[in-house]
Design a protein around this ligand. Structure first.
Ligand SMILES: [Zn+2]
Length: 242
């Protein structure tokens, strides 16, 4: 009997102390050519006191976030993950005026190939993206999935006070009600034009359910609703063929 692929389990072990290639992130889970798949680098923050907690959370981000959310799990052969040897320092979004922006790791120039550069910190901060990397509490599976939505797939926020734009191909935000309603009939039985709603009083519209991952963040991940899934599939294929 064939075992359904979704039930497949496997473990990858690796050595990173030290990874013998200086200034390069150590690959810890590889599925394909970096040009064809999404590359995600986990960067330890200077605030981490116990590095084994960081390594455990790198593993957790893979198995309990990317490979647990159904749609990114479906595309699990389209990701490479890496651990960075050099640290960065995250700052709080609300304290940028005094603390400055995130400090990137000294080998940041070697990380430019990666679509996802994740500054994993221990202390609670208001997270944001800067200099090509985004921050998250290292244990927050919801935050890493929400922020990956921005950095890997160009998904916009779906809450009223967020950042909104309309992608040319398979957006998850629309700049008009009519545009969102028209798109509502293009997702089969998943959506209908009546799902089009304004996000707060932003003047922007979306179709997803209220707990779509592009609305929520925090400890636990939710799921991407189908307009977001369509966008993810589009970017996976675009990344693979271009
Ligand atoms: Zn969504």
């Amino acid at each position: 009997m064939l075992t359904p692929d979704a039930d497949k389990n496997y473990e990858v072990t690796y050595a990173t102390r030290p990874y013998p290639v200086s200034d390069e992130p150590a690959p810890v889970y590889c599925q394909g050519d970096p040009d064809d798949v999404f590359d995600v680098v986990f960067i330890p923050d200077t605030d981490i006191t116990t590095m084994s907690d960081f390594y455990d959370n790198c593993r957790g981000a893979i198995s309990e976030a990317f490979f647990d959310e159904p749609h990114t799990r479906y595309w699990r052969r389209q990701y490479n993950f890496y651990i960075n040897p050099d640290e960065g320092t995250a700052t709080d979004y609300d304290l940028i005026s005094t603390d400055g922006y995130h400090q990137v790791p000294s080998n940041n120039a070697s990380l430019l190939f990666a679509e996802g550069r994740v500054l994993m910190h221990q202390n609670s901060l208001r997270d944001y993206a800067y200099g090509g990397l985004f921050s998250t509490e290292m244990q927050n599976r919801g935050t890493i999935m929400h922020e990956s939505g921005h950095s890997l797939y160009s998904l916009a926020d779906e809450y009223g006070s967020g950042v909104h734009w309309q992608e040319a191909e398979l957006p998850n935000n629309w700049s008009s009600l009519a545009g969102a309603q028209a798109a509502g009939s293009t997702y089969g039985s998943c959506k209908s034009p009546s799902d089009a709603t304004e996000m707060g009083t932003s003047g922007w519209y979306h179709l997803c359910v209220s707990d779509c991952q592009m609305i929520t963040s925090g400890s636990n991940h939710t799921e991407y609703d189908c307009p977001c899934k369509y966008r993810i599939t589009y970017t996976v294929l675009d990344n693979a063929i271009n």
